[in-house]
Design a protein around this ligand. Structure first.
Ligand SMILES: [Zn+2]
Length: 452
């Protein structure tokens, strides 16, 4: 081995969780030129970095940084679709997204996939991070989500044609082809399709499949031909089956699989990103923000129901990845990126080590960097964190930002100081209510006591 360079760094005496699913071990790691140069186990000689840079990580855990494969960096925590679609401005959304990206860093996130962004600002944000203009995690990005005019979860807020918010309506086969190619031209890493959506009078469980198999196949054929993977938002069984058969490269949610859908997923070996965090947050903490007990119960049941089939998928070898849907008011940036690991342990019977793998090495595929990041292994990019605690015993220690002591991306230390200044919301940025109920006569005239 040649001598380490002046910029090398030795992290010593750490408990190492490698992100590959192996048992933790005590050791040291030498980082040089942005990559992990060697992983040193007890008994091996510690090479001394030329410049003598060392971090003593005694009592702490060195592990790959978290990767979040379902994060909406441009949304800025809306409370509703109205706010998301009608209260966001392009320039401000981009500026605020840059700030929010730093909140991810502080939580130990070194990479994320944003599959669909407002005004396609994900492309610019990614380029700004890569060019060193702002600090942020590694990022892969889609453009606008492809929607049919019935698609999406915003119902009539979506137009019948054209673009709104994070969505682009595609009405014909020609429009599908040209939109995929346009997005590849502007530099997306992924194409996102809303395979299911909500319709007022649907009869099926979850959401309605709003693309035909042939249309889905047209997307994957067009995108794959020009080297771009496709990710689908799929809730109902037939949508999951058809997306898997059409060659989708990743499926978000996969909530209501039946046997046929599971078989198609196993056959295609397509990674699933269940994204429990949004539902789990409402189910477990909704009472703290005034959510209805009914909705809390619905979400709890949805998690438990979908876990049954997801566990069968895991048993059949299907990769299960951690994504959190961070970016909504239920899932603010920087707070919940650890949460999916907790739910994987609780609901999918994973060990903490398996859940960490799902959020690190297995998730590198979301960054299109499979094998290149997400693990403590010779030659990988040094995208690593040092945590005061042992996530291999309890993944929830990753939720305590005070315990995230160091974050490195490509061997470079990221700033973890508070972001200044303290922020407020720009005018018109939130939906503002007059109150939370209708002021009918009885409400107005009732005594305060009877309102409690
Ligand atoms: Zn999402």
């Amino acid at each position: 081995m040649s001598e380490p360079s002046a910029s090398s760094l030795l992290i010593e005496n750490a408990r190492i969780v490698d992100g590959l699913g192996n048992e933790p071990f005590d050791g040291s790691v030498l980082i040089d030129d942005g990559r992990i140069r060697s992983v040193i186990r007890p008994g091996d000689d510690n090479p001394t970095p030329a410049a003598g840079r060392r971090i003593d990580a005694a009592g702490m855990t060195l592990m790959p940084g978290l990767i979040d494969s379902h994060c909406h960096i441009s949304f800025d925590e809306p409370n509703s679709n109205d706010e998301l679609f009608f209260h966001r401005r392009e320039g401000l959304a981009a500026i605020i997204a840059a700030r929010n990206a730093q909140r991810l860093l502080r939580a130990g996130v070194t990479g994320f996939l944003d599959a669909d962004s407002l005004y396609e600002i994900g492309v610019d944000l990614r380029d700004a991070i890569e060019a060193g203009i702002i600090y942020g995690p590694r990022m892969s990005t889609g453009g606008n989500a492809l929607l049919t005019s019935v698609g999406g979860t915003a119902g009539r807020l979506l137009p019948d044609e054209g673009r709104r918010g994070y969505g682009q309506i595609v009405k014909t086969r020609d429009e599908i082809i040209s939109e995929v190619r346009r997005q590849v031209k502007i530099g997306v890493d992924w194409i996102k399709v809303h395979v299911t959506g909500m319709a007022p009078r649907q009869k099926c469980e979850g959401e309605l499949q709003v693309w035909s198999y042939e249309e889905l196949k047209l997307v994957t054929d067009t995108a794959h031909e020009i080297g771009t993977p496709v990710v689908g938002h799929c809730r109902g069984a037939s949508s999951i089956r058809d997306a898997a058969r059409a060659g989708f490269d990743m499926i978000l949610h996969a909530t209501y699989m039946d046997d046929e859908a599971l078989e198609a997923v196993v056959e295609a070996n397509v990674p699933l990103v269940p994204t429990f965090t949004f539902q789990a947050n409402l189910a477990d903490y909704g009472h703290r923000i005034g959510a209805s007990p009914y909705l809390m119960k619905v979400f709890r049941r949805e998690i438990e129901d979908s876990a049954v089939m997801l566990k069968r998928a895991i048993a059949a070898g299907v990769p299960m990845l951690c994504g959190t849907e961070s970016g909504f008011s239920l899932t603010p940036y920087g707070d919940w990126h650890y949460r999916e690991l907790e739910v994987f342990v609780k609901e999918l019977d994973m060990t903490p080590i398996e859940a960490i793998k799902a959020a690190t090495s297995a998730n590198a595929v979301a960054l299109r960097m499979d094998g290149d990041t997400g693990a403590i292994e010779d030659g990988r990019l040094a995208d690593v964190i040092i945590v005061d605690g042992d996530p291999s015993k309890d993944v929830t220690v990753l939720g305590d930002k005070a315990r995230i002591k160091h974050v490195f991306i490509g061997g470079e230390a990221m700033p973890l100081d508070p972001i200044l200044p303290e922020r407020r919301d720009p005018s018109g940025w939130r939906v503002s209510d007059y109150g939370d109920q209708i002021l009918d006569y009885d409400v107005a005239m009732s005594s305060n006591e009877s309102l409690d």
